[in-house]
Design a protein around this ligand. Sequence first.
Ligand code: FAD
Length: 561
Amino acid sequence: MSHQAKGTTPVLIVGAGPVGLLLGLQLQRFGIPHRLIDKRPQRQTFSKAFAIHSRSMEVLEDLGLLEQLLARAVRVEQMNIYSNRKRLITYNLGQLDVPYPFTASIPQNCVEEILETRYLESGGRIERGIELHSLIQNEHAAHATLNDERGNRQSLECTLVAGCDGGFSHVRKASGIAFDGAPYKRPYIIADGTLSWKGENSSGHVFTSGDGYMMLFPLPGGKHRVVIDCEDSTLTTADLNIERVNARLHERGFEDITLSDPVWLSVTTFQHRLAEQYRVGRFFLAGDACHVHSPIGGQGLNTGLQDAYNLSWKIAHVLNHDASQTLLDSYQAERRPVAQTVLKNTQQQMHMLNMKHPLLRLLRDALVPTLATTRRFQNRIMKQVTGFQIDYATTLLAPQARQTVEQGPLTGQRMPDGTVLEQNGDARRLFELLKGIHYSLFVFEDNTPDSEAHCQQIAHALSAARWPANFLRAYLIRIPASTDSTISAGFEARYDMTDVLREQLGVKNGGLFLVRPDGYLALRCDLEQGAQLNSYFERFYPAFTAAKRLYSVPTALPVTG
Ligand SMILES: Cc1cc2nc3c(=O)[nH]c(=O)nc-3n(C[C@H](O)[C@H](O)[C@H](O)COP(=O)(O)OP(=O)(O)OC[C@H]3O[C@@H](n4cnc5c(N)ncnc54)[C@H](O)[C@@H]3O)c2cc1C
């Protein structure tokens, strides 16, 4: 084994699975130099996860990848749950008021290919066949030792290390972070192939009975995923063939269902575990490295992508803009509770679906259809699964007391899409304005005489602020024809409000919405509370304050009119 020269990098990403790739892509967008290594010589070629949920689609839209993804995916709007083949619930994602109210079903290897292609096109380089061997840190740096396939060893000094290295994460082990939990008792047979069934082929179906669980889900190319639990805990992937899959289906009473032309067959035992910490000093964990759970609801991949999306802008702002370390601490504060909820929900769902006791099943079968007919129940479950229940309000990045509002998102919640109008009447989506790596500040005018003065103050403060390039874009959203306001300095653009948007966001009295680069509201306040923006930036970007680059609105605005 030979030692090579020592290298340095601001960020080492360990693992080029979907989570590491998304993190790499984001750091690339932010212009953060990094290295992305993976011990595998090639990208994996089988499907594993297949469900991309609505919120993840919004993230991929921000990255400019959604069109490609949807071109290769099938859209699935409905999921049916059965007990002994009697339908208990139908979840209809089409009811969700979001831009992409469906699940995009696409094998994980295709998602990875899409991410990897963009990463390489944008100048990234994946170092395959390079394994993290050891990792230590001190107050000055992290030190990694990497091995290549020929046994050459390289030392690397890094500022931060992101462990996106899956369930057996080396970074997690090197950090000494506990990963408590347990394996599920039964293994699952996972089979992708051509389905022969007279049932409804374009929806997802979950069948439960006293014998266990079986799921069917459409995949692109006319294929389906079949997941069925398996009593034989000695069965391995090597023993599995399509005949055994069909035998298991038929033995469980699904004689009318047959799978052929298998694309991928696997026997997998899932675990439920959560990392005690997501950050230890310079080491961070994301994706399966910090949470693993049952694949029910397709949460693993989606949660991991959101981890990377959350972590990336924080790393970038700390390294590029000297942002406070609190920003990095907020990663764990925001993302760990999300995984905790995913674990709790998937555990409950597994429990509900795998009930063995006939009386409990009877109770479940009687109660669930009644509960499930309520729109509220359906919406809650669908929002949980699709990623819209996420609320970062109580964490470090939302220090101000949260306003109660009649309608629309609160501080810490996702900024929804909506429409504003250009001066010529053309519609612009809010998501188009959010797209990119910047904070977005929306200043919504209201009809009161004070509104003009408040907006003017904000405009002055914005013009005086000397932000770094691409740090913040401000938009003035006007009440159409309300005044002859000429305010424009400091704003990227002015648009007219629509009635629908005013209702949707609850801004009939105006308001300020500061949206983070990951699309969540950093702050929502009234127009006259513009000074709250000062406290936000002072708190998280102290270097700007020191360099007097900060946006500054007087705490008490002189109001005219
Ligand atoms: C059989 C199977 C079926 C699944 N089905 C579903 C599903 O239906 N729905 C769902 O949501 N989820 C499913 N999952 C889970 C889903 O695949 C994961 O949540 C997802 O892959 C997590 O991505 P990741 O990038 O965090 O980790 P991974 O995809 O595991 O990627 C980690 C990467 O790190 C690399 N690596 C590891 N150690 C090192 C090291 N020391 N040095 C360098 N590189 C290293 C690995 O080679 C790998 O490429 C399934 C998983 C499996 C195994």
